[in-house]
Every structure is written in C-alpha cells, then in structure tokens.
Write a protein that binds this ligand. Structure first.
Ligand code: NAP
Length: 534
C-alpha cells in the first residue's frame, strides 16, 4: 500500500465492536496505518454496553460469529444455542487477543467532531480528550443500536432513586432484591430482562405503550454433535446462511407456500411447529407472513391465542395481546416473558391511552395516579441507525454537517457512503441490510468491501472516493420500494425512525441480504463505476 504520509493515519476507525475490530484487522493485514477510537473501556460494542440481566443474542451462536478465520471458528466453542451477553463479550475479547487488536484502539475516548478538509483531502477527527488526529479515511463502525434513547419525560431528573438504561447497564450488575422496580418499555431488551428482574425484585411494574410479539427462544445448551457437524462443513453452512433473506437460519426450511392456501389444521400444525422451534424463524412458517395483511393476521391470531393460554388473568392477557402487525416492529424472542405476568408481584400498566405524565421524586405518574418505586429501568431503546453517527458531529465537503444533509432522512449509497463526505464509510449504515440481517455477516461483508475499495483506489493513485448523488437518491428509493413491498412500513418502528420524536420517517434497512450481496459484487466487478474518484 502507498497511501500518503501527509496525515497521521491512513484511516481512523470509530468503534471497537465487531465492525471496528474486523475493519482494523483487515487494514492492519494490508499494511495500512490505522487508529481506532472507542467510547467504551474495551472491545465489544453492543455487548460491552448491554449488560442487563437476560441479555442474549436472538441469532444462533454458530451463525452469530465471525467466519473470516477458519481457525477461529473451529477453535471457539459456544456453550448455548443462543449465546448470552457475557459469552459474546468473552468471544469479542478472545478475538481482540487472537488478532492483537486491542493495542490499535484508544479506549474511553469519544469522537466529538470529524471534519473533512477539502484542500488537504483529509479528515480531522477530534475527541473528548482534546486530541485531534488526521486521516485519509474515516470509517464509522459505531453500530446500529448504540445511541440510547431516553424519552424526555417531564421531571426526568426528579426521581430520587437510581435509574438504569438497558443499553448502558452498570458493569457490576444491579441487585434489585427487596425493591419495588419499574420497567418502562416492552421491546426486546425489556422482554429479555423482565423475567430476570422479576426473580429478584419484591415488586415489579411494567409500563407498556405497545404490546410486543415474542416467540419463546427455547435456548438450551448447544448440542456438541450439532456443533461438530456444522464445523465439519462450516464453509457450506455459512454459504447457505448467506443465501437466506436475513443471512441466518442456514439449516431451517423456509416454506414457499401461503398461509392463505393452508387448511386450518395445516396452518395450526405449522404455526405450532415453528412456535416450538422458537425465535425468529416463526416468520418463516409460511412465505407471506411479512407480506400479506391477511396472512399476517392469521399468524398474529395464533400468537394471541398462545398469550391467552399462558397468562392466567384474562385482563392482563388482553393487555399483552398486540394489535399491531406481527414482525413489523422487530419480533422478540424470550425466556418466560408472558409467564412472568402470572407472578403475584408483577403488574402491568397500560400507557397507550394515558401516557406517562411525569416522573416525581417517588416514582411515575400516569392517568392521574402516582406509582412509587425504589428504582426505574428505561428499556426505551435507541436512536437507531443514525444516532451514533450524528452524535459524532461529522462535517463533510463545503462545511456541510451530516445532521443537515440527513435532515429529511439518511441518504446513503449502499449503506456505505454518503455523497459529499469523501473517503467516509459507514459499516452496516442506513441503506444496508444492517439490523435486518445477521449483523456479524453484514459487518464482514462491509469491512471486506471497504478494504478492497481503498486498496483499489490507492493502487490507481486516487486520493478520494465519493458516492454520486443520483446513485444515492436511486438507492434510497430502492430501499424504500423494497420495504413498501412488505408490511414493515405499517407501524411506528425504529426501522422507520418512528420511535424518536422529530426523527424523519424513512425506512432505513435494506431488506434482502442475498440481493444486496449481488449488488455489492456487481459494483466490484464493474470496478466501482458507480462511484466517483479523484
Ligand atoms: P425498542 O425495541 O425500541 O423498545 C423500546 C420500548 O420502549 C418500546 O416498548 C417502546 O414503546 C417503549 N417506549 C419508548 N418511549 C416510550 C415512552 N415515551 N413511553 C412509554 N414507553 C416508551 O428498544 P429495545 O428493546 O432496546 O430493542 C431495540 C433493538 O435492539 C431491538 O429491536 C433489537 O434489534 C436490538 N436488541 C436485540 C436483542 C437480541 O438480539 N436479543 C436484545 C435487545 C435488543 P413503543 O413500542 O410504543 O414505542
């Protein structure tokens, strides 16, 4: 590699999660001089921050792991079908050690500004430690779900007891024994943590605005025979995974028939089979659950029937029955979520028609009533996909802030580059399969694409690469057309930015990993003719 020595580094990589780590590994392997900057105290990204009780991955361990090194995937032994956060964090640390990555990152340091200087064709990256480093390439590996969202409740700071956000959980854990605890929210983080918080707390009240659909995860120790079988043909297993719509579920049948064509008996039998299998694959029971409203209603009816059969208090069961499109907000996977509401010390408060009015020194007020607590847990999610990027105060060519460019929604070509921000890349950015696919597979794909592109440009003496505005606009259109072909736009999900007041409503993930992969391959094969080099 020959990149100039006019700046401190060839590349700055922001984030030391799975994206930043692999990016750094590839850059180092190719001889690029790169510096990593990470807000947390160590590697792990999502799995460094989300330490709430019950946190586990909803993609099976044998698939939610790197495939770039056969030695790594052969040597590492997962213990659970779905790994929990501590095991995934151990894995991230193992990778950092095995590939000597930790020394390439500066930890406990946040990027506060990143400005492109057109005259030098260099990025100036400032941090909260007062340092500024310069680099030709800026690679944002800041994650899709990193910027926590705490609603601006009136009196937010008035509560006298401790508050916790699931996405920034204390490293030493929290002991809720003997306490009256509130959980606000019923998304994935709440669904995973509520059963465990309920085991400890003396009294638990959940504040629910929208009921969640959750399918039992059916987590269990990983069968060593199955792991050995996969490892014996890991390459083929990964290849099958990459052909799946969301890049996982390699060995699980995806049915091509419609719910609407099945007899009521066959429908029930199939739904039951997938309910028993557990987790996300429920959506693959029939081909049209995520595409056709009538088909979706039948699947939703099945889940509502399950809720009514599990939850013994009929009023609570009705409150827990979602009236939204199944899978439109991300489906959850749980370990005993609905069952938890049968415990006498667990209560559910509906805040759909009577929002939380305020927090007080003692607790939470809704519908004119004050509920008193010792501790409050915000399981209120993230400013997804764009929040962590915008928080870095990125300014591109001609002084254009990214926040301004994305005021009406994130325009991003392939989810990788945004016009006017030369030499900047976003790993699993908006416009790529990102959070609607196996994230580690998407990360590897992006890091390899970026490294290949940088090396290609460098070898030809190009100093900058940028997206072309028309291509970017067309891509945003394609991403939204694909979403409109499905039922995804029919709810206020974070995929649409609808969970954060004032955020533009634009569908952000590209649906369909195999088509996306084909597109990236075609861009490489055309020698990047859709990009602009200078
Ligand atoms: P989330 O899905 O966005 O859920 C946030 C919850 O907070 C929702 O129930 C939301 O209600 C509620 N909420 C927000 N503002 C509120 C307000 N002002 N008043 C009352 N309730 C309010 O966040 P999350 O559970 O942290 O999950 C985010 C994503 O992270 C997941 O979808 C998933 O992609 C990822 N995740 C993955 C895993 C895993 O792999 N196992 C685990 C956890 C998280 P509304 O629905 O009404 O907005």
């Amino acid at each position: 590699m020959t990149i100039s020595n006019e700046c401190d580094f060839d590349a700055v990589v922001v984030g030391a999660g799975f994206g930043g780590m692999y990016m750094m590994h590839l850059l180092a392997q190719r001889g690029f001089k790169a510096r990593g900057i990470e807000r947390g105290g160590d590697v792990g990204g999502t799995w460094y921050w989300n330490r709430y009780p019950g946190c586990q991955c909803d993609v099976e361990s044998m698939e939610y792991s790197y495939q770039f090194s056969d030695e790594l995937q052969q040597k590492w032994n997962w213990t659970q079908r779905y790994a929990g956060q501590p095991e995934i964090l151990r894995y991230a640390n193992h990778v950092a050690d095995a590939f000597d990555l930790r020394r390439r990152f500066t930890f406990n340091t946040s990027v506060t500004a990143a400005t492109y200087h057109d005259d030098e064709k260099v990025w100036h990256v400032g941090t909260d430690t007062g340092e500024t480093v310069t680099a030709r390439f800026l690679i944002m590996a800041t994650g899709c779900l990193s910027a926590t969202n705490t609603p601006a409740f009136a009196g937010l700071n008035d509560f006298a007891g401790p508050t916790y956000h699931t996405g920034a959980w204390p490293h030493d854990g929290v002991d809720f024994s003997g306490q009256k605890v509130a959980v606000i929210g019923t998304g994935s983080s709440a669904v995973q943590s509520i059963p465990l918080i309920a085991r400890q707390a003396a009294d638990l009240t959940v504040f629910q605005r929208t009921a969640a659909y959750t399918i039992p995860a059916r987590n269990m120790p990983l069968d060593p025979e199955r792991a050995a079988q996969i490892k014996a043909n890991y390459k083929e297993f990964r290849a099958r995974g990459a052909l799946s719509p969301a890049a996982f579920g390699a060995d699980y049948p995806r049915n091509l028939d419609s719910v609407l064509d099945a007899t009521p008996e066959e429908r029930e039998r199939r739904f039951e089979e997938y309910w028993q299998h557990g987790g996300f694959m429920f959506l693959a029971a029939f081909s049209d659950i995520s595409l056709n409203m009538d088909a979706n209603r039948l699947a939703a009816d099945f889940v509502r029937g399950k809720i009514r059969s599990i939850v013994t208090d009929p009023d609570v069961a009705e409150l827990l029955c979602p009236d939204t499109v199944l899978g439109c907000k991300r489906l959850c996977a749980d370990n005993g979520y609905y069952e938890t509401y049968n415990l006498p010390h667990v209560h559910l408060v509906d805040v759909s028609s009577h929002p939380i009015e305020k927090l007080t020194a003692k607790g939470i007020v809704t519908n004119g009533k004050e509920y008193e607590f010792d501790a409050i847990v915000f399981a209120t999610g993230f400013d997804a996909m764009t929040g962590s990027l915008l928080n870095c105060n990125i300014v591109g060519r001609d002084g254009l802030p990214l926040r301004q460019k994305w005021a009406a929604g994130p325009g991003n070509y392939l989810g990788l580059m945004t016009t006017g921000f030369p030499n900047m890349f976003t790993i699993t950015g908006p416009g790529s399969p990102s959070a609607l696919a196996n994230l580690i597979t998407g990360i590897e794909q992006h890091a390899e694409f970026i490294t290949g592109l940088i090396a290609w440009a460098d070898a030809r003496g190009h100093r900058t690469v940028d997206a072309i505005q028309e291509e970017e606009d067309r891509w945003v259109e394609i991403v939204n057309q694909r979403a409109n072909f499905t039922l995804y736009p029919n709810c206020n999900s974070w995929y649409l930015g609808a969970n954060v007041p004032g955020k533009p409503r634009v569908f952000m993930p590209y649906i369909g990993f195999p088509d996306y992969s084909k597109k990236l391959r075609s861009v490489v094969a055309s020698e990047y003719e859709q990009l602009m080099f200078a």
